[in-house]
Design a protein around this ligand. Structure first.
Ligand SMILES: [Zn+2]
Length: 258
């Protein structure tokens, strides 16, 4: 805005009243872009901040995030720990993607990494996507995979991942399927990002399945196929894009489920 004023006619005097009006207009524009609803085509906000655009095609890097780790075991049920299964699945997924796309493991050992650190490590990498891997826990009767996303540009990938996992899972009961939820790893990274909950460890039968390396191998293969399908085809065949939602970054102090 100062540049436009300067270009118009540097020699022209701007009255104090005009200047105040322009300053107010500038403030209004800033308020609109910072608070969200008034932004749209032509605004100066980086599209990456919100992810309000179609999903990526031809991306070059997949950041694979094994959930939890170190002092944070995640779900512990029926003799298995989420952090171990997530790390094992992340390494399997990396093997399946090897030679087809560059991969980066968020953690390669039993290491605690704060969620905000994970989000910032995944950000600022152009041509990258983030896939976070988890195993779920809730009532004993619930089973089946779930996929979480928030950004518009993550909808297609989430759809492919959920479809791929459901095709491997032998049965589902009472689970939420694909869910749009503002989480630190679905809202805060500035790259397309999806969080996969591969199965419920709180369900005895599904915990047995998830504890079986052969089952995790099948899930890793399905995840790799979903990612490579997205890389080759973008959002084609994944349905209408969801509406943009303007919401601030997710914080640890947010109420659960918000
Ligand atoms: Zn988890």
């Amino acid at each position: 805005m100062p540049r436009i004023l300067g270009k118009a006619d540097p020699s022209r005097m701007i009255s104090a009243m005009t200047f105040r009006l322009l300053a107010l207009a500038g403030l209004a524009a800033c308020f609109a872009s910072c608070s969200g609803p008034a932004t749209g085509p032509g605004n100066s906000l980086s599209p990456d901040e919100w992810g309000h655009r179609p999903g990526p095609k031809g991306f070059g890097t997949v950041i694979i995030d094994a959930g939890h780790g170190g002092k944070d075991p995640g779900a512990v049920s029926h003799g298995v720990r989420e952090k171990d299964l997530a790390l094992d699945t992340a390494k399997r997924l990396q093997r399946h993607l090897s030679g087809k796309v560059r991969t980066v493991l968020m953690r390669s050992g039993d290491e605690f990494i704060d969620l905000d650190v994970r989000a910032s490590r995944a950000s600022g990498k152009s041509g990258a996507i983030l896939v976070s891997l988890h195993y779920n826990s809730s009532g004993a009767g619930i089973r089946g995979p779930e996929t979480y996303y928030w950004r518009v540009d993550s909808h297609g990938l989430a759809t492919r991942i959920q479809r791929g996992m459901v095709a491997v899972s032998p049965s589902e009961s009472g689970n939420r399927g694909m869910v749009r939820r503002r989480l630190r790893l679905t809202r805060n990274p500035d790259v397309p990002c999806v969080l996969a909950e591969i199965g419920y460890l709180s369900n005895a039968s599904e915990a047995r399945l998830c504890a079986d390396p052969a089952y995790r191998e099948k899930m890793a293969a399905a995840l790799a196929k979903a990612i490579l399908d997205q890389q080759a085809n973008g959002d084609a065949g994944t349905g209408a894009l969801p509406k943009p939602i303007y919401a601030p970054p997710s914080r640890p102090t947010d109420p659960a489920g918000s």
